[in-house]
Design a protein around this ligand. Structure first.
Ligand code: CP
Ligand code: NVA
Length: 307
């Protein structure tokens, strides 16, 4: 595995397999009440430029459960917020910490931080990627279905950070991916191009359509995310219009396999990208996903920070 976790694509299928196996082991160990402290004496810095509930709490609690500690570093309070260069911040923090998790806007900023840090850097979400969530989602799917390869994964909605990391994750593991996105809100063309190349090696089918029903046809998993991501609040009204017809609701779910699982990274907007009946219905696994952030992040931190 590389020093950092910046995108799913930088991981090999073997790396992903190790993260998923370790997530399962850590989940079982925690449930059995056995304490496990491979990161005793280590510290993780968590830099946040955007809001978070799941990422912040699961990293902080996860670090504690692994025997270490986590520091919440609001970018507004850091000198970085007053213009200290990212490279100097990386070099300084590397003298105190054993790992950095960062949630910010530009992927290039996370890459710059990682380049100058002597310690592992974990991407806790950028405008372009959300690898920790996508890896957790693979773990949740594997937990529920005992396999990944050959499953039909459908994503309906905005071709955003979540879509990008999920596309990369699913094709790496040989899942078939169908995307239903409105015109103008498709995933990044470069990410799609690279995913097609990976898909040709892993036997995945990758399909993008403007018809959500076509995307959802016979799907084993139907996934959606918000229409306006963090930083796009001003576009909300315009996006609600553009995404009309893309709600994951009971009607759309009729196109999917009868036992299809419904997934959402949360936070969700009931009545926009997903109906209350679906997200709160029997096919939804959204809170298992939320719980699993803890187990998968512990796996990621253990693999990167105990070396
Ligand atoms: N899914 C997710 O990353 O949630 P938070 O924004 O609450 O961290
Ligand atoms: N696409 C969403 C994901 C939140 C976890 C956002 O970036 O706001």
């Amino acid at each position: 595995m590389n020093k950092d976790l910046l995108t799913v694509n930088a991981l090999s299928p073997d790396d992903i397999g190790r993260i998923l196996d370790r997530s399962a082991w850590l989940k079982k160990t925690r449930a059995s009440g056995v304490e496990y402290h491979p990161l005793k004496g280590k510290s993780l810095g968590m830099i946040f430029e955007k809001s978070s509930t799941r990422t912040r709490v699961s990293f902080e609690v996860g670090m504690y459960q692994l025997g270490g500690q986590a520091l919440f570093l609001s970018s507004q309070d850091l000198q970085m917020g007053r213009g200290e260069p990212v490279a100097d911040t990386a070099r300084t923090l590397s003298r105190y910490l054993d790992g950095i998790m960062i949630r910010t806007y530009a992927q290039s900023m996370v890459e710059e931080l990682a380049r100058h840090a002597g310690i592992p850097v974990i991407n806790g979400l950028t405008d372009l990627h959300h690898p920790c969530q996508a890896l957790t989602d693979l773990f949740t799917i594997q937990e529920k279905r005992s396999t990944l390869k050959g499953l039909r994964f459908c994503y309906v909605g905005d071709g955003n950070n979540m879509a990008h990391s999920l596309i990369e994750a699913c094709v790496k593991m040989g899942m078939h991916v169908s995307l239903g996105c409105p015109a103008g809100y498709e995933p990044d063309a470069g990410i799609m191009r690279e995913a097609k190349q990976v898909a040709s090696q892993t036997g995945s089918e990758l399909m993008l359509t403007g018809d959500p029903k076509k995307a959802a046809k016979d799907a084993d998993i139907v996934y959606t995310d918000v229409w306006a991501s963090m930083g796009q609040e001003k576009e909300h009204a315009q996006r609600v219009k553009a995404f009309s017809g893309f709600e994951v609701n009971d009607k759309l779910m009729k196109a999917a396999a009868p036992d299809a699982m419904v997934m959402h990274c949360l936070p969700a907007h009931r009545g926009e990208e997903i109906s209350a009946s679906v997200i709160d219905g029997p096919q939804s696994v959204v809170f298992d996903q939320a719980e699993n952030r803890l187990h998968t992040q512990k796996a990621i931190m253990e693999l990167l920070m105990s070396r």
